[in-house]
Design a protein around this ligand. Sequence first.
Ligand SMILES: *Cc1c(COP(=O)(O)O)cnc(C)c1O
Length: 411
Amino acid sequence: MALVNIHFLNLQNNYLFADIAKKVNAFKVTHPKADVISLGIGDVSQPLAPAVVEAMHKAANEMASAESFRGYGPEQGYDFLREAILKNDFLPRGIHLDIDEVFINDGAKSDTGNFQELLHWDNFIGVTDPIYPVYIDSNVMIGRCGTFRDGRWTNVRYMPITAENGFIPEVPKGRPVDVIYLCYPNNPTGIVITKQELRKWVNYALKNDALILFDAAYQAYIQDPEIPHSIYEIRGARKCAVEFRSFSKTAGFTGVRCGYTIVPKDVSVATFEGERIPLNQLWLRRQCTKFNGCSYISQRAAEAIYTPEGKAQVKATIDYYMHNAHKMLETLRSLGYECYGGENAPYIWMRTPNGMGSWQFFEALLYGANVVCTPGVGFGPSGEGYVRFTAFGTQESTAEALNRIAAWSKG
Ligand SMILES: *Cc1c(COP(=O)(O)O)cnc(C)c1O
């Protein structure tokens, strides 16, 4: 008899964005003429940079002739891309990594979800709250989170990030956390972390022999030169941290699919007998078994963002979205809303007025202004009473959405 993995049955209902789509569709059925603008899901609106498209055309042509055709590539990715990453994303920040520490993937979601496979099933995980749902759900699937009670998993340490604590999570006290997920710039709050605050986490991990899984998917949006782009800017991090990066938000690769993970050779985890096992070797073994590489065309596309033209074009698109973010902050604040983020990240985190619940505000905004936001509680219990707006829309639709929100709020 084939039995189900019962941990999957513990997953909470639907994926957040499926719930939102259901409610938006219900609205559209009853209001067929309404033109709904989504500032909800974190997908981009602008096309790929011309340098990227050109590289993809060229790679496609290579695939068309027997002499230059490429079949399976290395599971860890092609050296041309791994070298470009080291040279452009890390060396200028004084971070020296070995090429074998770079693992190309098909986007950061896979690796942020899969990496926990390397860890013992009863490690105690900690997450900032609110947080990108993939971290917890992937741990639920393997049975690591306990049971779900009152909006929380019993075996997960939630570290609130709210206006009350200035969005600075506190390093855990009491029972030590073994594995810590951090995402900075943060999705959903759009908040960043200073080197000083990040250093506390690295020191915590070193002291408690914990592992930090650091998601830097939004690092390209950082404007403030003092804010770290990589956790390896902190001394000691290469002993305790794995870093995930993605070209999805950096360069509009949500449909192309390419990202990478840094697993330093100095990061190791223990056996019960006290032996140290380097995660780099383990991850390589795991990838070679379960992953056959990111497509050659996608990797050539990613390489092109590191050319001078590519860099300029990608930056122009990021500036385009950050212009949206500034407009959103300006308008929403002028309307009296309490807003956070949006300065070094493409997300605005807004407190709902008059203590409204996240879903209640979501519906009011949908029916009142025909604008979709994301209910903050969908990212964790401390997200209740907030909503997230994304800056990834077109400038036209964002401006129109803001006009509607203004008219509705004053109405
Ligand atoms: C969008 C996003 C990712 C990256 O997703 P891809 O699989 O690379 O498209 C990773 N982490 C966070 C927090 C994200 O918001």
